[in-house]
Design a protein around this ligand. Sequence first.
Ligand SMILES: NC(=O)c1ccc[n+]([C@@H]2O[C@H](COP(=O)([O-])OP(=O)(O)OC[C@H]3O[C@@H](n4cnc5c(N)ncnc54)[C@H](O)[C@@H]3O)[C@@H](O)[C@H]2O)c1
Length: 265
Amino acid sequence: MSSSGKVAIITGGAKGIGLACAIRLANDGAKIIIADIEEEEGKQVCADLVEQGHDAKFIQCDVGKKLDVRNMVAAAVDQYGRIDILVNNAGIIAGGDFLEISEKDFDRVIKVNLKGAFLVGQAVARQMVKQLEEDENGEHEAGVIINMSSVNAVLAIPTQVPYTVSKGGVNQLTKVMALSLAPHGIRVNAVGPGSIMTDILKAVANDKAANNRIMSRTPMGRIGDVSEIASIVAFLASKDASYITGQTIYADGGRMPLNYTVPVE
Ligand SMILES: NC(=O)c1ccc[n+]([C@@H]2O[C@H](COP(=O)([O-])OP(=O)(O)OC[C@H]3O[C@@H](n4cnc5c(N)ncnc54)[C@H](O)[C@@H]3O)[C@@H](O)[C@H]2O)c1
């Protein structure tokens, strides 16, 4: 698998799963744009990548803001001349029961997780189509887009209302984008992680009852590592996945097929 010489944008790449994707794609030879709201962490991550001999640049961007997205895509093209890979990864959560959750929290999550994925996806896809139209000699491959979904696109948690709804939307967005962009040869897929060890989950992992709840839904009996999501992203971004589009690939330790409760000690 190689993304050698490709230009990859990773939204929410300053930490967690996005950072793992950035590191993996950089190791596969891609030039990296980290688009995140967190300036300090994003710049540090890029400095670390550059120190290791990679090409990386941070662009501050709130994916829920159209102007930010437009400026980020323009800056990425200014920097590297083109965009080959988009990892539409930025995401947030807001807990709360359905009867209690506020409109503000609902809007906030949908704006980042779903509208953000749409805004960045559309802006990058337009650039990818433009590149193909300008590439008269067929020197470059068509672009690839990977949306970060979740098992919660399909499985519901009553205290994660907007998150669950947003990820259901991401799966459908993935299909719509795949169908729209297939005539251009641009592939669009999603990855649906189960429970992966990032900052969000570290708090839960230290709480025995919460940890047991997760394990009772995880046949493989362990939380996933960010690298196990990044490797799927790398595969989907590569030529090895050249006939896959419109799919969501779940990496969840067996949660999706589960129809019983795993005994936990
Ligand atoms: N960790 C898990 O168990 C898990 C499971 C399923 C899906 N996911 C999905 O994976 C993605 C990454 O999650 P994570 O666990 O790495 O989270 P994280 O909180 O560790 O990282 C999220 C990153 O997104 C950035 N971000 C937040 N809002 C943004 C915005 N408006 N614009 C740009 N960047 C923004 C943050 O600054 C941060 O760098 C999310 O879409 C999440 O829903 C995570």
